[in-house]
Design a protein around this ligand. Structure first.
Ligand SMILES: Cc1cc2nc3c(=O)[nH]c(=O)nc-3n(C[C@H](O)[C@H](O)[C@H](O)COP(=O)(O)OP(=O)(O)OC[C@H]3O[C@@H](n4cnc5c(N)ncnc54)[C@H](O)[C@@H]3O)c2cc1C
Length: 264
């Protein structure tokens, strides 16, 4: 046993102040990843700072983008009429995360702060060219991800909200691990007036990445037939107990074709 202090922060400034005074503090969202990590003794923070009373769970439409508060649960994103209308692919993504319990407790901020290499939201943020807003600054998706389970967030930085630009068309298709529903491969395709963006999760050795070859092919022809068999190289892809790099490469091509078909 080890002792840990639990504090419910009143607002984001309070959370930052508590973090500054802790020796090894951790922000707590829904606890879907953090609590199992504590149980397995992979982390033993002296202070858990609960963000649930910080008022970070609104969903707004600012015209060009949807803004989602960090503490918004997956089920709230999935069921939001606003998200369903503006970026239905994001509502659909949220509605297929894990199981009912995970969707009720897990949050968009926790998911993006954790940056699990098989998580779904990182693909949406990167493909949509979104921005992570903290109490101090705004970080573009390109500057946010920093390898598996790593981001450019500082220790004391709190995600306040995430903004996701509205595309002309978008779809997310994943090949889920049958046990966890995490992505063995997940592909988010977003078509904007100035081009197509494709982000892949579940497959890269360094976590989520943009597939520039696929983007080029889809810029030229936004149809499933633009992605030839064998179009995706296995270089830089993960091999693990779930799938080889070659199988993941095949899945990326197939999930991309399905996502483009869903867009059209
Ligand atoms: C069985 C299972 C299946 C899952 N399946 C999927 C899936 O299919 N797809 C998918 O994408 N995800 C999946 N997940 C992950 C899930 O969606 C959660 O979002 C993820 O586990 C993070 O949980 P949380 O939001 O409760 O954050 P927590 O576990 O509370 O926190 C996670 C980390 O983020 C930090 N953090 C949390 N909020 C903030 C913030 N606002 N600012 C800064 N740091 C913060 C915490 O300090 C901690 O380090 C699954 C999880 C489980 C347990």
């Amino acid at each position: 046993m080890y002792s840990t202090k639990y504090v419910k922060a009143k607002d984001i400034d309070d959370a930052a102040t508590i973090m500054a005074s802790a020796e090894d503090g951790k922000f707590l969202a829904g606890g879907m990843t953090l609590i199992p990590t504590l149980k397995q003794r992979l982390a033993n923070p002296d202070c858990l700072i609960d963000l649930s009373a910080c008022g970070l769970s609104a969903i707004d439409d600012d015209g060009g983008a949807i803004r989602i508060g960090a503490m918004t649960h997956h089920v709230e994103v999935a069921e939001s009429a606003l998200v369903q209308k503006a970026i239905p692919a994001v509502a659909d993504l949220a509605g297929h995360i894990g199981d009912r319990q995970v969707r009720n407790c897990g949050t968009i901020g926790g998911s993006l702060a954790n940056n699990d290499p098989a998580a779904c939201y990182p693909a949406a943020l990167l493909a949509l060219g979104g921005t992570v807003h903290t109490q101090n600054r705004s970080i573009t998706a390109e500057d946010y991800f920093d390898g598996m389970f790593e981001t450019t967030l500082e220790e004391s930085e709190i995600i306040r909200e995430v903004s996701l630009p509205k595309p002309e068309k978008a779809a997310y298709v994943k090949f889920p691990n049958p046990a966890s529903r995490y992505a063995m491969v997940g592909v988010f395709v977003a078509k904007f007036a100035d081009g197509v963006r494709v982000a892949v999760t579940g497959a890269g050795e360094d976590g989520v990445f943009r597939a520039s070859d696929l983007e080029g092919a889809l810029d030229a022809n936004f149809g499933a037939d633009a992605i030839a068999d064998g179009a995706v190289s296995a270089d830089g892809l993960m091999s693990d107990i779930h799938a080889s790099a070659e199988y993941r490469a095949h899945l990326i091509g197939e999930m991309t074709r399905r996502a483009v078909t869903a867009c059209n």
